[in-house]
Ligand binder design. Structure first.
Ligand SMILES: Nc1ncnc2c1ncn2[C@@H]1O[C@H](COP(=O)(O)OP(=O)(O)O)[C@@H](O)[C@H]1O
Ligand SMILES: [Mg+2]
Length: 145
């Protein structure tokens, strides 16, 4: 009888770098969905893809340093017992300015992206410094978010 294949260790953090161009946003969404599928957490994909789109689109729009890449990190979260507990998304860009959460009125033509992220993540998002120039924006998506 053939020996059983060894269990594949699951990667816990998936890091990617994307040129700063709009066509890479759908590519990143596909990559996120494929990652969540591999992790057995496809139920998070719809919410996670909306958050990723908003954060990446902001980096494209506001972090306009030429020639710089946008980095995404998908981190698999676990609870204290080791069970899967959702996903942490990070989007790193080369701009030092931090995002600002607005309160758009019904007539506002912009400023809805971060309120959407705030609602989907139940407030579990924020910014932090990163190695090198710029900052990262993080958000957590869990089953109950
Ligand atoms: N990655 C970023 N780098 C710098 N500023 C950002 C970034 N993301 C968001 N911001 C700031 O936060 C504001 C709110 O973002 P958002 O709610 O997504 O609305 P919108 O993209 O429509 O302006 C933006 O207008 C911008 O000033
Ligand atoms: Mg936006």
């Amino acid at each position: 009888m053939a020996a059983a294949a060894p269990a594949q260790p699951l990667d816990q953090t998936v890091v990617s770098r994307w040129p700063s161009a709009a066509r890479h946003v759908p590519e990143a969404r596909h990559h996120l969905r494929a990652t969540l599928s591999r992790w057995g957490q496809l139920e998070l994909a719809d919410a996670a893809c909306v958050v990723l789109s908003e954060l990446m689109t902001n980096s494209l729009k506001y972090a306009k340093e030429r020639g710089r890449h946008i980095e995404t990190r998908f981190v698999r979260l676990r609870d204290s017992t080791g069970r899967p507990a959702g996903l942490r998304l990070e989007v790193h860009d080369a701009d030092r300015a931090h995002p600002v959460l607005h309160s758009p009125t019904p007539d506002s033509e912009s400023g809805r992206g971060l309120p959407l992220v705030d609602a989907i993540t139940a407030g579990r998002w924020g910014t932090a410094s990163r190695d090198g120039i710029g900052k990262l924006v993080w958000a957590e998506i869990t089953d109950c978010a």
